[in-house]
Write a protein that binds this ligand. Structure first.
Ligand code: PGA
Length: 250
């Protein structure tokens, strides 16, 4: 069984409704139909629009950037996993470092979100990665292994087919400083071994994306690494031609 190849766009809190609509039209035009799964992670208010636009392109999916850890009810401002599904999206990012940092999301809270996502039949892109001080202190390997253990130990094997991982060294996100292919491969191999230890062969087959200043210029050398199955792309996903180049860099 070969692992999925994925180019995921994380639009973050960018683009007006009209700009998002135009960008998606451009992406559908310039990204060739191929075996690479292209996932557009858009802001909540654009999920339905994006889902309607990608209909007919089986190589495209739509995702949200977060979901609530609660199923429904009096949680003003929250968006449930079921709401995301009802807008036609099939993926959700959980545990992005910007959420962990700015919203102090704990491992327990992240596990709650993942359970809600699976209950609503969403696929999860779970993000892990160390900050610069941890890498400088030589703690980066332990940090990501602990992030996997703390959250994913709460899952059963039956969930693994709906899980994708994204290794995003926090020092590389939005900074223009990318991990070298050697650094990325080293971490991805550690993550894959850990998944294997936790979930057996199926765990080892989970797609692991690299994220952090991945762009049209460096995607090819990153995706050439044995254990890198694609990318989670922030800044470069806002430029249609750049994202298209990334989707053909496998
Ligand atoms: P970046 O963001 O590509 O702009 O570094 C990646 C991410 O945060 O997912």
């Amino acid at each position: 069984m070969s692992r999925k190849k994925i180019a995921a766009a994380n639009w973050k809190m960018n683009l007006s409704y009209t700009e998002a609509s135009t960008l998606l039209d451009q992406l559908l035009e310039v990204c060739p139909t191929n075996a690479i799964n292209k996932i557009i992670c858009a802001p909540f208010p654009y999920l339905h629009l994006c889902s309607e636009k990608i209909a007919g392109r089986i190589d495209f999916s739509v995702g949200a950037q977060d979901c609530s850890a609660h199923a429904k009810g009096a949680y003003t401002g929250e968006t449930s996993a079921a709401m995301i599904t009802s807008c036609g999206a099939s993926y959700v990012i959980v545990g992005h470092s910007e959420r962990r940092t700015y919203h102090r999301e704990s491992s327990e809270h992240l596990l709650g979100k993942i359970h809600q996502a699976f209950s609503a039949n969403l696929n999860v892109i779970f993000c892990i990665g160390e900050v610069l001080a941890q890498r400088k202190a030589g703690e980066h390997k332990d940090v990501v292994v602990n992030q996997l253990l703390e959250v994913l130990s709460g899952l059963g094997k039956e969930h693994i087919s709906k899980l994708t991982l994204a290794y995003e060294p926090v020092w590389a996100i939005g900074t223009g400083e990318t991990a070298t292919p050697e650094q990325a491969q080293e971490m991805h191999a550690i993550i894959r071994n850990q998944m294997n230890a936790m979930f057996g062969d199926e765990g080892g087959q989970v797609a692991i994306l690299y994220g952090g200043s991945c762009n049209a210029k460096n995607a090819k050398e990153l995706f050439a690494c044995n254990d890198v199955d694609g990318g989670l792309i922030g800044g470069a996903s806002l430029i249609a031609d750049d994202f298209a180049t990334i989707t053909t860099s496998f």
